[in-house]
Design a protein around this ligand. Structure first.
Ligand SMILES: Cc1ncc(COP(=O)(O)O)c(C=O)c1O
Length: 392
């Protein structure tokens, strides 16, 4: 027993040595444009509350009404007795929002990716996955027992090579994030859809960071590129731009029925609490009605990107509300983040294994509701500290 704890201590010390040890920050108050951490008020450039609606009065009202009518817990798996009318309404509204036949809610994006992938492919099948896809996709792939090839990030030649080599598989599933969570770049969905059709594969997209932001109706990157109707499995989260929790898959009714029967992450878990589902319904209304939010978030992000790029930072090739400021080594990244915190700015450092080795970064995220002058001051501070630390 003693040896067990010694091993854990040694492994943690190793993480400390590599500047890879992680600890929690405790936030007091709502996750808004400004947050309070350890008694300090900080401009929040690290949350996925992109549209700034997590504290929207309509979302709160939706949650409160659901609690008052239905209580706090779903009390069972949705397939037993945990499926309130509220779920059916939310799923119908999600399908309307995504313009698909049907939709199915999962308890989180992580659970959805694991459940969907492991249900749709197995031994004898092949998954072709962008090398920078989210960890939940990778875990779903490992759980599925299907063969697995990674193509180079956003590289269509590499994807085509993998498709051309794939012989003798029963099913071929291409899977990609639509907005890469740590890089902020968009997948070339129109070209990916064309390739999957040419090679007889099916396509699953993860709109975790695209939903609510891109496309005329905020449906996501597939809407932006006008290919949504040609994507078999359209997954997205409700935990980011939508300001709630949970995730969905949208598509043909037969796909939804299939997943309801097969996805273990949905079958063997208690349904989301009514409060969450109530807030999801309200979030859909807000995203539909308040188009200015998705316009503002992208506009504000573009302005910051332009200034940081002009100052000489490496921001990769992004077009979204996620702006990675590449630093490289872990220690410098932590120091950058610490100095920003001293300057009243929360910009969390992201280190391996979340990002590839030697590409530690600050991941800046913009909210529609950030004040222009706060963002300008933060950009000034990032440039100043970048010069002090010789990042630029
Ligand atoms: C691309 C992507 N997919 C899935 C998830 C998981 O979503 P959730 O936080 O709802 O579990 C995330 C975020 O953490 C993500 O970035």
């Amino acid at each position: 027993m003693q040896a067990f704890y010694q091993e854990l201590t040694r492994d943690l010390a190793e993480l400390q040595d590599k500047n890879l040890f992680r600890r929690l920050k405790t936030i007091s108050g709502p996750p808004a444009e400004w947050v309070e951490i350890w008694g300090k008020r900080l401009l929040n450039l690290s949350s996925n509350n992109y549209l700034g609606i997590a504290g929207h009065p309509l979302l709160k009202k939706g949650a409160i009404e659901a609690v008052e009518r239905l209580g706090c817990g779903a009390t069972a798996s949705r397939l037993i007795v945990g499926n309130f009318d509220l779920y059916a309404q939310a799923e119908k509204e999600l399908a309307d929002f995504k313009n698909t036949e049907a939709a199915l809610i999962f308890n989180s994006g992580y659970a959805a990716n694991m459940g969907i992938i492991a249900s749709l492919v197995t031994r004898g099948d092949l998954i072709i996955s962008d090398e920078l896809n989210h960890a939940s996709i990778i875990d779903g792939i490992l759980l599925s027992k299907a063969d697995y090839v990674r193509y180079q990030h956003r590289d269509l030649n590499s994807l085509e090579t993998a498709l051309a080599k794939a012989k003798g598989y029963k099913r071929k599933l291409i899977v990609t994030d639509t907005v890469f969570s740590m890089d902020g770049g968009l997948a070339s969905l129109a070209e990916i859809v064309a390739l999957k059709e040419q090679y007889g594969a099916i396509l699953m997209i993860d709109e975790a960071h695209g939903g609510g932001i891109f496309g005329g109706h905020g449906r996501g990157v597939a809407e932006l590129y006008d290919v949504a109707g040609r994507v078999e499995v359209n997954m997205g989260t409700l935990s980011k731009a939508f300001g709630c929790a949970g995730a969905y898959v949208a598509g043909k009714k037969v796909l939804i029925d299939y997943l309801l029967n097969k996805a273990r992450n949905l079958i063997y878990t208690t349904g989301l609490p009514p409060a969450v589902v109530g807030s999801i319904r309200a979030a859909l209304q807000v995203v539909r009605a308040e188009k200015w939010r998705r316009e503002q978030v992208l506009l504000k992000a573009a302005r910051i990107r332009e200034r940081l790029q002009a100052a000489g930072f490496n921001l990769l090739d992004g077009q979204s509300q996620i702006i990675p400021v590449i630093i490289g080594d872990n220690e410098n990244t932590l120091e950058f983040s610490r100095r920003l915190m001293e300057a009243g700015i929360l910009a969390v450092g992201i280190r391996p294994p979340t990002v590839p080795a030697n590409s530690a970064r600050l991941r800046l995220t913009v909210m529609a509701t950030h004040k222009e002058q706060d963002l300008e001051r933060a950009t000034d501070a990032i440039i100043k500290i970048g010069r002090e630390l010789r990042v630029i």
